[in-house]
Each structure stands twice: as C-alpha cells, then as structure tokens.
Design a protein around this ligand. Structure first.
Ligand code: AMP
Length: 213
C-alpha cells in the first residue's frame, strides 16, 4: 500500500506515520527528515537545503524528487511506503505520478490531516525533540518531567531551527499557496481521505485506520 500523508506543518503527520510503520509494516519516507539528516552529516545537498529550510521555503523540486526516486527503490519499500511531507506542490505530484507509472506503481490513498491554523502555530513553536533518541515533546501539551531533559534517555531536548514564530508563519503561507492545491489534485484522482487532526494521538490514529480500511 502506497500512501501520501498530506497536511500543513504541525498537523501531526510524522507522529501518525511512526504509529503506522508498525500497523502496516511499511516505512515512512519523510523528505524533511532526509534533508535534516543530510544537513547533520554536512553533505553539500544538506548545506544547500538549509538555506531554504531556515527561511521556511521549499527546497528546489529537483533535489527532493531525486531523493524520493532513489528512496522508493530500496528493498524495504517493496510492500509499500508512506510519503510524509512529499509531494509539496503540484509539480512534485506530477513528477511522482510519472515516476510511479514508469515503475508500474501507484498511490492508493492520500490521507489529508486537517488542523485549524491557530492550533498549528502553538503546536509547532512548542515542539521539542531529544537530540539523543529523537523522542518528541511539547512544552505545554506533553512536557518532559524535567525541563529540556528527555524522560526516556536523559538526552538534551532541542527546538528545530525552523520552529520559531517567523519561520513557522512562512511555512504555513507556503502550505496555503503551494501545497493546498494538492487537495484538489488528489480529490480529482478520487484518492483523498480527509481526517480531523484535532484530538488525542490515539483518536487520530483510529481515524487514519478507518479511512485506510
Ligand atoms: P518538514 O519536516 O516536512 O516540515 O520539512 C521541513 C522543511 O524541509 C520544509 O520547510 C522545506 O524547507 C523542506 N522540505 C521538506 N520536504 C520538502 C519537499 N517535498 N519539497 C521541498 N522542500 C521540502
């Protein structure tokens, strides 16, 4: 089963994807995570991408399309995959359709996670991640027992560079202008499955499972 997780930054796509890995036995392909990993390793691609990510802008299509094309050919994608944060605009969606057609594959479902804008800003700016084990927290909704320390491993918590108010505002605008048109794109292909992204992690996961059958 090939799935796209669509929705604004902060909708909880990554969180749901992590639960879906076990449920469906397919990997999460997050272009944001791949770009952050490249940046951490200090590769030329990562350093180039950082210029765009810091401003909340999209990294050039050629870069992310190349990353995804390479990734979906790996063995662990044989039974399917979840694309998280890709495609981000119509030209990426068209490139994906073309690539999949050539491979004899297709997207089965596009799960669109809907959350009101005001809530997204609060969610994103309060997000913290453990530098050591990657566990996620929120300073108001899911705080660690001790400030800035991971409950699970004692690692230091950090805020993503692009989760500050200015960059979040720009990321939400980019979503409205460039990514939202994909709702129409996939509705026309009868693949769009809308779910309400407000609620507990478990409630939202139940909604995801309900639309995927
Ligand atoms: P995310 O982790 O999905 O919120 O992505 C963080 C940042 O990485 C975005 O604000 C973009 O700068 C970049 N990025 C991630 N995925 C894409 C994509 N499919 N196309 C272009 N830029 C992307």
């Amino acid at each position: 089963m090939n799935i796209i997780l669509l929705g604004p930054p902060g909708a909880g796509k990554g969180t749901q994807a992590k639960r879906m890995i076990d449920e469906y036995g397919i990997p999460q392909i997050s272009t944001g995570d791949m770009l952050r990993a490249a940046l951490k390793e200090g590769t030329p691609l990562g350093l180039e991408a950082k210029k765009f990510m810091d401003k909340g802008e999209l990294v050039p299509d050629s870069v992310v399309i190349g990353l995804v094309k390479e990734r979906i050919l790996k063995d662990d994608c044989a039974k399917g995959y979840m694309l998280d944060g890709f495609p981000r605009n119509v030209s990426q969606a068209e490139a994906l359709d073309k690539t999949l057609e050539a491979l004899g594959q297709k997207i089965d479902h596009v799960v669109c996670v809907e959350v009101p804008n005001e809530e997204l800003v609060t969610r994103l700016t309060g997000r913290r991640t453990c530098r050591n084990c990657g566990a996620g927290y929120h300073i108001s909704f899911d705080p660690p027992k001790k400030e800035n320390v991971c409950d699970k491993c004692g690692g230091e918590l950090y805020q993503r560079d692009d989760d500050n108010v200015a960059t979040v505002t720009s990321r939400l605008k980019v979503y409205e202008d460039q990514t939202k048109p994909l709702i129409d794109y996939y509705e026309k292909q009868a693949k769009l499955r809308r779910i309400n992204g407000v609620g507990s992690m478990g409630e939202i996961f139940a909604r995801v499972k309900a639309v995927l059958g």
